[in-house]
Design a protein around this ligand. Structure first.
Ligand SMILES: Cc1cc2nc3c(=O)[nH]c(=O)nc-3n(C[C@H](O)[C@H](O)[C@H](O)COP(=O)(O)O)c2cc1C
Length: 211
């Protein structure tokens, strides 16, 4: 057994260990709007859902090495709103182009050849080709040291691409949804091998009557 004390290693090693062990991570391709009206898109895999009531998603926004904020971080600070576009296999290449450190005045949307669709509850547009897009409003930002912000956002609305959501049952078509997960570094995973585990009650598991 090998154990590693996080007090005895540096941030780079912690990053390597956490990002290679907590896998796959979902990818949020976050669209935001600058004060000048430029639409920004950037991927974030320090991302997940943490609550459904209220509906809260979380983003881990690292600052640039010089300490300046990424365009996403600055835009959310200025407008208070953002959209999480989920990334599937068809969107993976475009998502990767959006991770290029373009200057603030260049929109990743054009560089990646993406088309936008207008938001309904927020001013920020979403990626038309995204399987799902979540319109969000920032609720809380937590600053950690000079280098990082953890941001909680409330989901106001979900957009689903055609045929992915049955509006009557609120069921997602898991066979049609092909999400891509982030592994470590340049590694990604498809979701090719699903399986089910039926969750038992304590009575079923133990053979004893219900408590
Ligand atoms: C798959 C993937 C996941 C990423 N996850 C994060 C993340 O969770 N946090 C972060 O700060 N940067 C992350 N990045 C890097 C940002 O996407 C990158 O810094 C981007 O250029 C920021 O763009 P912006 O300045 O337009 O906001 C990730 C990059 C990739 C390719």
């Amino acid at each position: 057994m090998t154990t590693v004390s996080f007090a005895e290693i540096g941030p780079h090693e912690r990053y390597k260990l956490l990002c290679a062990t907590i896998v796959p991570r979902p990818i949020a391709l976050v669209t935001t709007l600058s004060r000048d009206g430029v639409v920004n898109a950037a991927p974030f895999s320090f991302f997940n859902v943490f609550s459904e009531d209220p509906p809260i998603v979380v983003l881990g926004l690292q600052h640039r090495p010089a300490g300046t904020h990424k365009d996403t971080t600055r835009n959310i600070a200025e407008t208070g709103v953002f959209v999480v576009n989920l990334v599937d296999e068809a969107l993976a290449d475009a998502m990767n182009i959006c991770a290029v450190d373009f200057p603030a005045e260049v929109s990743e949307i054009d560089a990646a050849g993406l088309t936008l669709a207008a938001g309904l509850d927020v001013s920020v547009p979403h990626v038309a080709a995204a399987p799902f897009a979540l319109e969000c409003r920032r609720t809380v930002s937590l600053a950690f040291g000079p280098g990082r912000e953890i941001l909680l956002g409330e989901v106001l609305r979900l957009h689903a691409r055609d045929e992915l959501l049955d509006e009557r049952t609120m069921r997602i078509d898991a066979d049609r949804y092909r999400p891509v997960g982030r592994l470590f570094g340049n590694g990604y995973a498809r979701q090719n091998d699903r399986f089910e585990l039926r969750r038992e009650s304590y009575a079923e598991w133990s053979g004893k009557p219900d408590r």
